[in-house]
Ligand binder design. Structure first.
Ligand code: PHE
Length: 356
C-alpha cells in the first residue's frame, strides 16, 4: 500500500472544496507552495537511502503531476465559467425596436459612408493614416519644400515630436495618406482615404477640424481623361443626378501637375441650392496628375508609372447635398440639429439600396 495514501485522500477531500479561483489558489499553495504538503514530503526524501528515495520520489511525482493537472484544468474551467457568466449578463437583444430617443448618424459619417459605397463600386479600397503626421509626409514628400508658400497657406498646427527633433503636424490634408500607402504598396493602386484634417482657421466657412477624402490612382496608363471620368461618375452618383454639369479650372497644387479645381453647376432657388441645374458654379474639389517628384519620393519610377489624385471636403459635400448652411453647426453637438440632419442607423448607404 502506498505510503502516500493519507496525502492522496487529503488531496481528494480538498479538491471537492474548490469552488472558485480563490479557493483554487489556496488549494495550490496548500500542496505545492513552498511550505505545501507535497513540497515538505519532497524535502523528506533526502533522508532516505538511494533505493527508497528513487521509488518514493516516483510515487510523489505522480501525485504532484496529478495536482498540477487538476489546477490547470480547473483554472480553465473556472475562467470559462466566469466568461460565460459575463457574456450572458452583458448580452444585447438586437431584436429590440429602435427607440426614437436614440442617436442618429451624423451627416459627416453618412457622407463618408456614401463616398466609400460609390468608390468601392469603382474598385477603390479604403486607406488610413494618422492624424498626427510628420512634417515630411504632410509637406516635403508631397513636393512642398520647407519654404514653399503652400505651407503658410495651410495654417498648420505644429505638435512637439517626442521621437526626434523633426516637427510633427496635425495633418492639414489627407494627402499624406498617399505617401504612406505608396511606400507600403506597389502599383497598381486605387485608394480613397477619408478622415479628419486640421487647420488654424475658424469662421463661418472654416473650422479648425474638418474632414476630407483623398483619392489616388497609380498605374501605367491613367491620364487626365480617366481622372475626369472617375470624378464625373462619382459626382453624378453622389448628387444622384445625371444632369450634373462639371468644369475643370487650371489650378496649382505642389503635388500634382497639371492641377485643376473642379466646379459643379447649380442654381439658387430661394434659400436652396439645386445641383445640376442653372449657370452658377461652385468649387467642389482639387485634383491633378501625381507629380513625378512625389513618385520619386516613394521610390516609384515616374517613367514607368503615373496616376491621378483628388481631394475634397466632406462637410462641403454634406452641406451641398443636404442643404446645411453653416459649417460650424456640424460640431455644435446640438441634439435638435443632430436629429434634424442625422440619418437612421439602420439604412447603410449602398448603390444597390438607397445611397441616402
Ligand atoms: N490636398 C489638397 C487640399 O487639401 C487637395 C488635393 C488632393 C489636390 C489631391 C490635388 C490632389 O487642398
Amino acid at each position: 500500500m502506498s505510503k502516500y495514501k493519507n496525502i492522496e485522500s487529503l488531496i481528494e477531500k480538498k479538491k471537492s472544496e474548490v469552488s472558485d479561483l480563490d479557493t483554487l489558489e489556496k488549494f495550490r499553495l496548500n500542496f505545492l507552495g513552498k511550505k505545501g504538503e507535497i513540497s515538505l514530503l519532497m524535502k523528506e526524501l533526502s533522508q532516505l537511502d538511494a533505493d527508497a528515495r528513487k521509488q518514493q520520489a516516483e510515487e510523489l511525482n505522480i501525485i504532484k503531476d496529478s495536482v498540477l493537472k487538476f489546477v490547470k484544468d480547473k483554472t480553465a474551467e473556472l475562467q470559462n465559467e466566469a466568461m460565460q457568466g459575463q457574456l450572458t449578463s452583458e448580452s444585447l437583444d438586437l431584436s429590440l425596436p429602435v427607440n426614437s430617443q436614440n442617436g442618429t448618424i451624423h451627416p459627416v459619417t453618412q457622407v463618408i459612408e456614401e463616398v466609400i459605397a460609390i468608390f468601392g463600386d469603382l474598385d477603390f479600397f479604403v486607406a488610413e493614416g494618422p492624424e498626427v503626421e510628420t512634417d515630411y509626409n504632410n509637406f516635403t514628400a508631397l513636393n512642398t519644400s520647407e519654404h514653399h508658400p503652400a505651407r503658410q497657406m495651410h495654417d498648420t498646427f505644429y505638435v512637439n515630436s517626442s521621437t526626434d527633433n523633426m516637427p510633427n503636424v496635425l495633418r492639414t490634408h489627407t494627402s499624406p495618406v498617399q505617401i504612406r500607402s505608396m511606400l507600403k504598396q506597389k502599383p497598381p493602386i486605387r485608394l480613397i482615404a477619408p478622415g479628419k484634417t486640421f487647420r488654424r482657421d475658424d469662421d463661418q466657412t472654416h473650422t479648425p477640424m474638418f474632414h476630407q477624402v483623398e483619392g489616388l490612382v497609380i498605374d501605367n496608363e491613367s491620364n487626365m481623361s480617366h481622372l475626369k471620368g472617375c470624378l464625373e461618375t462619382f459626382l453624378k452618383s453622389f448628387f444622384e443626378t445625371d444632369s450634373l454639369k462639371m468644369r475643370f479650372r487650371p489650378s496649382h497644387f505642389p503635388f500634382t501637375e497639371p492641377s485643376a479645381e473642379v466646379d459643379i453647376g447649380y442654381k439658387k432657388k430661394g434659400n436652396q441650392l439645386i445641383i445640376g441645374e442653372g449657370d452658377d458654379w461652385l468649387e467642389i474639389l482639387g485634383c491633378g496628375m501625381v507629380h513625378p517628384n512625389v513618385l520619386k519620393n516613394v521610390n516609384i519610377n515616374p517613367d514607368e508609372y503615373q496616376g491621378y489624385a483628388f481631394g475634397m471636403g466632406i462637410e462641403r459635400l454634406a452641406m451641398l447635398k443636404y442643404g446645411i448652411s453653416d459649417l460650424r453647426t456640424f460640431f455644435d453637438n446640438d441634439l435638435r440639429w443632430n436629429k434634424h440632419y442625422g440619418f437612421s442607423s439602420i439604412n447603410i448607404p449602398s448603390l444597390i439600396g438607397d445611397l441616402s
